[in-house]
Design a protein around this ligand. Sequence first.
Ligand code: SAM
Length: 290
Amino acid sequence: MTGTSDPSGEDAGCDARLPPLSAVIARHELHPKRALGQHFLLDPSLCERIARTAQPGASAVNLEVGPGPGGLTRALLAAGAARVVAVEKDRRCVAALSELQARYPDRLEIVEGDALSFDIATLRPARIGIVANLPYNVGTRLLLRWLEQVERIESMTLMFQKEVAARITAAGGRDYGGLSVRAQWLCTCERLFDVGPRAFVPPPGVISTVVRLVPRAAPLAPAEPDALDAVTRAAFGQRRKMLRRALRTLTPDPLALLQSAGISPEARAETLSVTEFCALARAWAAMRHT
Ligand code: SAM
């Protein structure tokens, strides 16, 4: 399903007391910077849809990465977020968000900085919701970083480039890879809806997709993260080859490894479930220790 949002509908806003986003953008001269992946969502109904999906009222703190002029931030606050911490790298946007901050002094905190260096462990209380229309150039890196601290996260509602969303949620086939295994090992991952380029100002050259990741109470199966990374890297490094060949980069005896994991030597990476990858990771870790 592709959003048919018209950016010109933005003047409604979530809160009539706030200036329209187009006025905020004009007043602060927020000419979009390509290097910062700036494609702004001005359509309030789309921002509201993302905010509703994120259920910000369920988390004591919501982290938003890259609020830009604040369309999604407004929607999160209107949808009942008790507290939003918004991390923005562009100083111009930080200044542009001051009116919103003044309107919600106790519920909105703007942090100027790079989300890649923002440690979610500094947020209290300890478990948070993360919501973002992510800058595409750092989206995957941010997700992998958050997955390392998944116990601190209640949910993630994130907009990615459609192809990245497909890689996160794939359960086999051409999009399935290390990112799918890592994300699905730790979270349930659901692709929710597409958003077409025309919903953004300026329109990007790609379709976007909103994905919701909810951390599991425990990982899908036991495995050491490093071992899981090693086996997925080797297996997907030669994804069209049978595992008995692909895993030669990992061990001189792939057959013994596969046998101890209970996996057919003729299987290919693209057909292995996340649980089977975990079995492979455990077998490899055991093999290394003997
Ligand atoms: N959330 C806004 C919206 O939906 O209209 C803006 C989304 S825009 C795709 C990405 C935003 O992330 C921009 O405001 C950009 O300045 C900001 N950004 C880019 N790289 C960043 C980084 N490393 N850390 C924090 N913010 C970043």
